[in-house]
Design a binder for this molecule. Sequence first.
Ligand SMILES: NC(=O)c1ccc[n+]([C@@H]2O[C@H](COP(=O)([O-])OP(=O)(O)OC[C@H]3O[C@@H](n4cnc5c(N)ncnc54)[C@H](OP(=O)(O)O)[C@@H]3O)[C@@H](O)[C@H]2O)c1
Length: 500
Amino acid sequence: MPSRAPQAQGAQAAGARRGVPLRGPRARGERERGVPAAATLEAVARYWGRGVRRRRGGLRPPRASARCALVMVTKERPYHLVVFGASGFTGQFVAQEVAREQVVLEQSSRLPWAVAGRSREKLQRVLERAALKLGRPTLPSEVGIIICDTTNPASLDEMAKQAAVVLNCVGPYRFYGEPVVKACIENGTSCIDICGEPQFLELMYWKYNEKAAEKGSYIIGSSGFDSIPADLGVIYTRNKMNGTLTAVESFLTIHSGPEGLCIHDGTWKSAVYGFGDQSHLKKLRNESNLKPVPIVGSKLKRRWPVSYCRELNSYSIPFLGADVSVVRRTQRYLLENLEQSPVQYAAYVTVGGITSVIKLMFAGLFLLFFVKFGIGRQLLIKFPWLFSFGYFSKQGPTQKQVDASSFTMTFFGQGYSQGVSPEKNKPNMRICTQVKGPEAGYVATPIAMVQAAMTLLKDISDLPKTGGVFTPGAAFSRTKLIDRLHQHGIEFSVISSSEV
Ligand SMILES: NC(=O)c1ccc[n+]([C@@H]2O[C@H](COP(=O)([O-])OP(=O)(O)OC[C@H]3O[C@@H](n4cnc5c(N)ncnc54)[C@H](OP(=O)(O)O)[C@@H]3O)[C@@H](O)[C@H]2O)c1
């Protein structure tokens, strides 16, 4: 079981732990972006200071031997990117997105890449379909094929040795993810996944963070729709507030066309097993025994399970995906490593009118009841369409459904202007931002994953100094990922910002 606490990196983190205020260019840079106000820094410094008992064997600096740079492509390591699980429903779209990215890049910067999976025939078919769709008949001959199975560790090593970054699309991650993480770390390869399962993501951090730092591997989870819009959306909101952001509520709205919505059952399986195993996640969190992140400013009030959002003119329910877990881990990382004031976060999804609320509540109760029993889980997995009221199917969405779908995530933030102490006052600043994008699962997710990978390859100097197991926000908060996403159709914008 996990026995290690996260690493605190950098000399300034040590300063903040002793209660020393931030100085120097980085501190100035953070303030210019409207990050920690003086009063907030006091709260942050107190987090590290006297009176707070630190865990035994707690926060410590990275090992001196940790390597700093991402491995580069060589004759022995021929591929920048390898899409593992390219034969899966999501993997095929990720492969197409990599092929698109290859065209966008200038002639001078090649992007050698490969697809990997269990069946050569399936992988070849994926490349042929991509060639047809993108009008690039030569594509299948330009892309490598690696045969590899998660049950065969040697095949995973072989794959990892050939790649700078593995894009892992093989899920549910609780069953198939760990051997891939292990093989990547052993071989100094970086890995990005699109996992939405908090238990897997948190467990990988506890088990492999130090080893990944030693080996210089960047293991970055949840880099799909779960949870790049939420995690980077909070960071964007913080950067855009002219003061200190202390709390954010996000509301996800999914838009669909006349043919409605559908999600492939790969995601359904991950959700069923995830909800069925909540007790292990609780146990993991209890055993990790982390000190709570301090609350800066007014405490964010929890909404009722069904609440009305006046601004969006819609009922909303809590969002049960990985976003809250991921954003909180990012906020902890940013506090502990960059001394940024932590932001409280809650996630909701809008569900329209009261009829949808009732329908969704029944679906939710059904799911939560059935996942508790083995036979219930088997039934849910066997008949996704029936038990999800048509939202999940073994065939996945049609192209028409994909084309007509999109998402909007709206962030309502509150905070304090410069010079106003969060300790004694109510928030006096409000900000509303949005992240908008195309269909979430099979368009936005491949874009987010591939742009995360491009950021890893290109923005090396803005990544954390050593490898490790990261959330997207922890890895990319100082990179150009938001700009890249914006250029690829996942748009970040400020809707309003005011002092109250
Ligand atoms: N973050 C997000 O927003 C988001 C969006 C979409 C999907 N996802 C996640 O992505 C994952 C995949 O979903 P999906 O719908 O694409 O599922 P899927 O169609 O069932 O694809 C699973 C893939 O895993 C491969 N695979 C299974 N067992 C393997 C093994 N032992 N060794 C090697 N490969 C193996 C399959 O290969 P074969 O073809 O050989 O069977 C297939 O390529 C799920 O965990 C889902 O939750 C996340």
